[in-house]
Design a protein around this ligand. Structure first.
Ligand code: GLU
Length: 461
């Protein structure tokens, strides 16, 4: 058996779509299990829409996911190969020149009263090359083309329903379908795993494949599209679809990989948490389902929180630091101080970007007071509580239990439960009603700064 060869063939669009990431992953898992090759091929033939940094970003996002590639190609530097394939097809009589304009094609379709599309007008006119002319494929009028697809169950397409499609534009450039099929043939791809939006064009691809004599067809897996919780197709306007966004928010790459693998596939016994090694060993294209895949952000978030809690303290600090280093107050960030509070924060975040607002009070001169939190807590008994705590905290032993006992006593004197009494203190010191446990936070912040903040809040009342 020949060693499998698989590829991810993105067109750069400025970001890596999560659906694309899933295609890349399924290719990569299959290649890694079988000892085959995983090829990254950038389909960058559309000059107008290409920017060099988009290509770099795409590669970065794949690297972040840990999807390493064995070979790398750019379609933009392979134009000669597509031109040679077009010549070969012309010589073997598989193509012809066509001079019909879009308007002429549409007008004839209207006259016919049939469906829009090209009617084969120039098929037997024996035209040569010329200004404004395109090269079309001479699609067989009989027979059917079967797409060998492990997800879709080998759908068959009548060739008579496939129009004579364009292979080379009037400016001499290859169409997507030609470059795509020629590259897969030239690169000896054994599998084509990609989004289902490509399925309708696959019979054309296979007709080209045969006309070019590439031999045995690759095995296809056209993956169902991804939908949100309302069962709508993921859209970049409505849903967060860029892998980069998830990286920025602080999802862990291993969690992302685990989660993407499980959209439309599972190990069969209901396990949901799989390591990369387990995924490589167990993933099978044949077991991918054909119904739309639910991109369940809530589940992703919960997986991520679990994975964050499972990190060692040192790994959590290392994972969180890049997020803290991007904070506006990063020049005042102190690693030792963060390490003291980190285990308490680790228990309370689902994504790493949430660490920043939980610890900023430790590094800012004054806490950033959230207005809603202030309005909710700084009323009624708040002034009395702050006065009482200010007096008690002057001399209390500076450790969590003593700080808690002192505040409990202040609260009891005012007839308040601890939770109620603690709220204005938390807002005065951290600026928010939510955060890491209060008394540990006070301990780390230190007596002088805590007293200064309590006084400042009291005077604002
Ligand atoms: N370049 C195509 C795209 O980004 C994918 C082509 C393929 O995987 O065959 O949608």
């Amino acid at each position: 058996m020949v060693a499998p060869r698989l590829r991810f063939a993105p067109s750069p669009t400025g970001f890596l779509h999560v659906g694309g990431a899933r295609s890349a992953l399924y290719n990569w898992l299959t290649a890694r299990r079988t000892g085959g090759a995983f090829v990254l091929r950038i389909e960058d033939t559309d000059d107008e829409r290409n920017r060099e940094e988009w290509v770099d970003d795409l590669a970065d996002a794949l690297r972040w996911l840990g999807l390493d590639w064995d070979e790398y190609y750019r379609q933009s530097s392979r134009g000669d190969l597509y031109a040679a394939a077009a010549r070969q097809l012309e010589e073997s009589g598989h193509t012809y020149w066509c001079e019909c304009t879009r308007e002429a094609i549409d007008a004839r379709a209207k006259e016919r009263g049939g469906p829009p599309g090209y009617d084969g007008f120039c098929r037997d006119r024996d035209l040569g090359p010329g200004d404004g002319r395109v090269v079309r494929f001479r699609t067989p009028r009989e027979g059917a083309t079967v797409v060998p697809d492990v997800v879709r169950g080998n759908p068959s397409f009548e060739n008579s329903t496939i129009e004579d499609f364009v292979l080379v534009r009037s400016n001499g450039k290859a169409m997507f379908i030609l470059a795509n099929a020629v590259d897969d043939g030239d690169m000896r791809m054994t599998h084509v795993v990609r989004g289902e939006e490509h399925l309708p064009n696959t019979p054309k691809y296979l007709l080209l494949w045969d006309a070019l004599g590439y031999g045995e067809h690759p095995v296809f897996a056209h993956l169902p599209l991804l939908v949100n919780e309302k069962r709508q197709k993921l859209s970049k306007r409505r849903d967060p679809v860029a892998v980069e966004q998830y990286r920025e928010e602080g999802y862990l790459p291993d969690v992302m990989v685990n989660f993407l693998a499980l959209i439309g596939w599972g190990p069969g016994d209901g396990r949901e948490k799989l390591t990369r090694e387990e995924l490589i060993a167990e993933f099978r294209l044949e077991d991918v389902g054909s119904s739309p895949g639910f991109f369940d952000v809530a589940k992703l978030r919960s997986f991520n929180g679990d994975a964050i809690r499972a990190l060692s303290a040192a790994d959590f600090v290392a994972a969180a630091l890049p997020f803290l280093e991007r904070a506006p107050w990063s020049d005042r960030l102190d690693r030792t101080t963060f390490e003291r509070i980190a285990p308490l924060v680790q228990e309370r975040v689902a994504v790493l970007s949430e660490v920043v607002p939980m610890v900023d009070f430790l590094f800012l001169d004054e806490p950033e007071i959230e207005q809603a939190s202030w309005d909710k807590t700084m009323k009624g008994d708040a002034a009395g509580v702050l006065d009482g705590v200010l007096a008690a905290y002057e001399s209390v032993t500076w450790e969590p239990d003593a700080l808690k006992d002192a505040l409990t006593a202040v609260g009891e004197a005012a007839g308040l439960k601890l939770a109620k009494a603690q709220a204005p203190v938390r807002v005065a010191v951290t600026g928010r009603t939510v955060g890491p446990p209060l008394f540990e936070s006070l301990e780390v912040l230190g007596r002088d700064r805590v007293l200064a903040r309590l006084r400042a809040a009291r005077s604002r009342l």
